[in-house]
Ligand binder design. Structure first.
Ligand SMILES: NC(=O)c1ccc[n+]([C@@H]2O[C@H](COP(=O)([O-])OP(=O)(O)OC[C@H]3O[C@@H](n4cnc5c(N)ncnc54)[C@H](OP(=O)(O)O)[C@@H]3O)[C@@H](O)[C@H]2O)c1
Length: 251
């Protein structure tokens, strides 16, 4: 198949492009760096010509409320219109588990807008909602840091490693459009404060985690359902502890 990966130079995109090429597909790694821009439309029609599947794993360069909403709305509109014109048979997008429960954050309002555009488009689709990536835990810690203290909710989270997200996306690419949503999560739930404690300790980071049930996550009040999947998510096999021991700096 000819497959276009929008955001093909990003964390997930790079892994997905490599995996799809390994199993023999013709893959375009599309991003502004390679001359394909879903905001301006540059290079889009040429990249999509003859493509059967498009996977959208792009992300907004800015997470400021208005900027991120503009990004996902404009990108989604341009991309879906170009796909309809090119006769693409399957649009796959990566979104986030719990998006409708996280709308206090501008980022999730933008992801919701992206999903709404996909559902309203005539292009057959599958939305893959993943939980937070292991690689994102450092950013979560940073966003909750004041001085040497990281203030975090003990709400449950069920993160997944990016390799397992890419592997699950390969299965969706070679499958048929669901015109629906699948959820993807790591193998086990863990409390957010504890997750970050383990991350900081493995990285010999001196910051201390303070547990606070009222601590906000990117402006959102969390409970145990906020970030965890519903019934029957697809589970990635990689455990956080194994990833930490593989990725921690050598002393
Ligand atoms: N982080 C998490 O924990 C998490 C959890 C669940 C779902 N997700 C979702 O996963 C997706 C991918 O995240 P990621 O961390 O892999 O992203 P990333 O590493 O930040 O990569 C973003 C990609 O988007 C591309 N891009 C930016 N502007 C573009 C434009 N105008 N046109 C086309 N491509 C553009 C970038 O291209 P350049 O390299 O050329 O700039 C890059 O390839 C996001 O949609 C995110 O919402 C993330």
């Amino acid at each position: 198949m000819k497959i276009v990966v929008i955001g093909g130079t990003g964390l997930i995109g790079t892994k997905l492009v490599n995996s799809l090429r390994k199993i023999g597909h013709e893959v375009v790694a599309a991003s502004p760096r390679s001359g394909v821009n879903t905001i301006t439309g540059e290079g889009l029609a040429t990249a999509l010509a003859g493509a059967q599947v498009v996977v959208d794993v792009a992300n907004s360069p800015s997470w400021e409320d208005k900027a991120v909403l503009d990004f996902f709305e404009t990108s989604g509109r341009n991309l879906l219109a170009a796909e309809a014109a090119a006769g693409v048979g399957h649009h796959i997008a990566l979104s986030v588990v719990g998006t409708e429960r996280l709308l206090a954050s501008g980022y999730f309002r933008a992801k919701m807008a992206q999903e709404t555009l996909i559902k309203a488009s005539p292009v057959p689709y599958t939305i893959v909602r993943a939980t937070q990536f292991f690689e994102f835990v450092g950013a979560i810690a940073q966003s909750a840091t004041e001085g040497q203290t990281v203030r975090l909710s003990p709400a449950l989270i069920q993160p997944i490693v990016s390799d397992d997200v890419a592997a699950a996306l390969v299965q969706v690419v070679i499958g048929t459009p669901l015109n629906g949503t699948v959820e993807l999560a790591g193998p086990e739930p863990i409390r957010l404060d504890e997750l970050v404690r383990q991350f900081l300790s493995a990285n010999k980071d001196a910051r201390k985690v303070t547990t606070d049930v009222d601590a906000l996550y990117y402006g959102i009040k969390l409970n145990d359902q906020s970030l965890t999947p519903g019934d029957n998510p697809r589970l990635g096999p990689t455990h956080f502890a194994d990833w930490l021991s593989r990725s921690r700096p050598q002393s």
